[in-house]
Design a binder for this molecule. Sequence first.
Ligand code: GTP
Ligand code: MG
Length: 273
Amino acid sequence: MDTNVQKRRENKKSLRIKVISLGNAEVGKSCIIKRYCEKRFVPKYLATIGIDYGVTKVQVRDREIKVNIFDMAGHPFFYEVRNEFYKDSQGVILVYDVGLRESFDALDSWLTEMKQEMGSQANMESIIFVVCANKVDLTKRRVVDESEGRLWAESRGFQYFETSAQSGEGISEMFQAFFSSITDMCENGGKRPNPEVSIGFTKEQADTIRRIRNSKDSWDMLGVKPGATREEVNKAYRKLAVLLHPDKCVAPGSEDAFKAVVNARTSLLKNIK
Ligand code: GTP
Ligand code: MG
């Protein structure tokens, strides 16, 4: 075959991508990458200083993908170093530690920092995000359960994985899905698929489940004022029941939220004449 034609075909099949890791210090970002690239785990904590850079090659279908991995330091001290590296990423691995709620709560601020640093050229729709609920091997100290993490991720159109860099659980599945989604996006003109079509539940359902989880009492859960009438309680209940009924809602945590709403209504009606 003509060598130029052959070269062009090879170029079409090969792809270069840039991915970054984000999340609080010590959640396991470097260990997840090390587990995948070097198939090993280091129990001793060696904080990333600013940024670590590595390259790996992966095969997705008939394409060879050259992956540039920028492993960010999570410590606030390294903000000035980190902020240079957000631009031009096709993929982001967002990591939290299932035993540290603050690392889960911090995910939103990591997205905010990223958007800020990317400035006006920020196009978050052209980036694949995966969420790693890491350290699932430490079951006794777990405080953020699967449905809570999955809901946060999937309601934003991000894939969710339970991982352990220590045991290797979920790591290769996560990377395979991550690289495959990035390849799909590149082949699809650089746009990721509409999340609501692919996940099967709406933002309203996800937000309602989150609100119910965080409500302070039964009134708050049903979204009515203390002292509301039976009719008001029933009306609010019916609206939530339609939204969250397990036959209709597949969002993570919807069954528990539905049960909580039923219980809230029962206990309120007991005390209203
Ligand atoms: P920074 O570089 O400071 O942002 O931290 P990091 O997120 O890269 O954390 P790192 O990968 O260095 O891991 C922090 C600590 O958690 C280390 O002591 C790891 O051995 C430990 N660790 C990481 N992943 C796991 C895991 O899945 N299970 C357990 N048990 N420990 C883990
Ligand atoms: Mg690190």
